[in-house]
Design a protein around this ligand. Structure first.
Ligand code: SME
Length: 163
């Protein structure tokens, strides 16, 4: 059973308060993934990927950050690969209702059916993303998108003010 939108608002407010008291960005991201995965039953895998620009001619990659859920083989993802790469490259939230019919999809768990990825922006630039997988088909509604983008923006704002 999904949480109702009123509960999404309560959760969004709780996470906003956490952002105001977090010790550092890693701590904030850890709390966000834990609370989302614990409270929203159709969020089965919840994690952040952060942009590693590498430098010295090395290819920029997404590096797995705090996450809750099954171990994933995709700990570093090139920007032109996966739903994760698509969200960062386009600087837009990507929602995939049926991952098995999307050729971009990189599988983590065979149980995953749908996915949402929201970029994290710092001063208008994408520096990472929040990725959520669900075992349900088409699990992510407009309310989910709002909640996930809110959580991504909490991390972006935290890093902006910490910088
Ligand atoms: N499914 C993602 C890869 C990350 S794992 O699901 C945790 C993608 O297609 O980019």
């Amino acid at each position: 059973m999904n949480l109702m939108p009123a509960n999404y608002q309560t959760l969004a407010d709780e996470l906003t308060n956490l952002a105001n008291s977090a010790d550092n960005a890693e701590h904030l991201m850890t709390m966000i993934v834990e609370r989302l995965q614990e409270l929203v039953l159709h969020y089965n895998w919840v994690g952040f990927y952060m942009l590693d620009e590498a430098g010295n001619g090395a290819e920029p990659m997404l590096a797995l950050g705090p996450y809750v859920g099954a171990d994933t083989p995709h700990k570093r993802i090139p920007l032109q690969q996966g739903i994760c790469g698509a969200a960062v490259s386009s600087a837009q939230t990507v929602v995939v209702d049926d991952v098995n019919s999307d050729p971009r999809y990189l599988a983590c768990s065979l149980e995953t059916k749908s996915e949402i990825v929201a970029p994290v922006f710092v001063k208008g630039k994408v520096i990472g993303e929040l990725d959520i997988d669900s075992h349900q088909l088409a699990a992510f509604t407009a309310d989910d998108r709002q909640l996930v983008e809110h959580c991504a923006s909490l991390v972006g704002r935290y890093l902006e003010t910490a910088a």
